[in-house]
Write a protein that binds this ligand. Sequence first.
Ligand SMILES: Nc1ncnc2c1ncn2[C@@H]1O[C@H](COP(=O)(O)OP(=O)(O)O)[C@@H](O)[C@H]1O
Ligand SMILES: [Mg+2]
Length: 387
Amino acid sequence: MKNIGILFGGRSVEHEVSVITAMQIIENIDKTKFNPIPIYINKAGEWLISDSFLKFESFKNSKFDNPRKIILSPNYKDANLYLHPNNIKLFTKKDLDSIDVFFPALHGTNGEDGTIQGLLELIGIPYVGAGVLSSAVGMDKIIMKDIFKANGIPVVDYTYYYRNTWMLDKKVILEDIESKIKYPLFVKPANLGSSIGISKVKNKEELESALNLAFSYDRKAIIEKAVENPREINCAVMGYENEVEASLCEEPLGWKEILSFDDKYVKQNSKTSKDSNKNKNIPANISDELRIKIENYAKDAFRAIDCRGNARIDFLVSEEKVYVNEINTLPGSIAFYLWEGRGYSFKELISKMIDIAIKAQKDKENNIYTYDSNLFNRTQFGTKIKK
Ligand SMILES: Nc1ncnc2c1ncn2[C@@H]1O[C@H](COP(=O)(O)OP(=O)(O)O)[C@@H](O)[C@H]1O
Ligand SMILES: [Mg+2]
């Protein structure tokens, strides 16, 4: 039995989405092999543990039994949970004394962006999903597009600015954008998700307020050419290095201009919506030719950022062209619905993601982290260090 520490919540606008993803993982994880231990990071960034975190009801009612603050140490191979502030090991039962694999079920900032991954790297215990580099690159819509472009993966035209430059002279920036990209265009915070802070813009006035909004969320904003009347097609990719496979494609339906937060999470699950089945097509109704193109670009995008685990790559498709819009290194609901049609149940998907995490950690342990240089005895180091 392996203890799986499921990290969720987090300091992110996608906090609630993460709670749902984590609850789905807890519900579907193979209980004959894994013991899920929910570690909830609240909006203030405190790490908490409580048995009540195993139930979605607790979050719905905001009622938690005895939540206790814990600490995770950055010490190598110390995957114990310590009670805060007295540093007592949390678990006393032998089979519950430490975490075997971490499963970050966090979306967006402070979780899907390499920060949590950095801590888990230091601990040296397997963790599910993308590593530090691919998480950080996948989170930053500017760097992500730079890398896709360098790898021949089609992206829309874009430019970007810093908040500090914007504050200094808005007029210059507005003119600069207009000289580079034609309306309609999209303005987005560089590091966010779930369509928050994103605007479609048709003129200069809208552009100014869109930039003010984007800069309220992030110090960088990306401005992109809008794809006119696009179809959105998403495809997940799972694996490690060159062993990757693509999922079915989905097409979200029934949205206008921007696939909004509600389109993504509310409408399709709404019990009152008569059209609840019509909010997406799985598989997407596209030609085999287009599907193969999308699957290949999805795999290319996954590999371009050295991703691992299970990511969802989102496309914008116009009459003429296919563009990669973004990669989500920890997609909502771990995109389980795209894998069922490929023969993986939700349970098998979770197990597979855990297997990849263990494999990647083993691979990393083949690296040498010391270098016997005898440096101290071979160097004079000037006169500053006394003998
Ligand atoms: N360049 C674009 N052209 C047309 N629609 C876009 C463009 N960029 C974003 N959108 C719309 O806005 C939505 C959210 O943008 P996206 O870049 O996916 O951000 P997020 O990370 O918040 O999901 C997309 O799903 C799409 O509907
Ligand atoms: Mg998106």
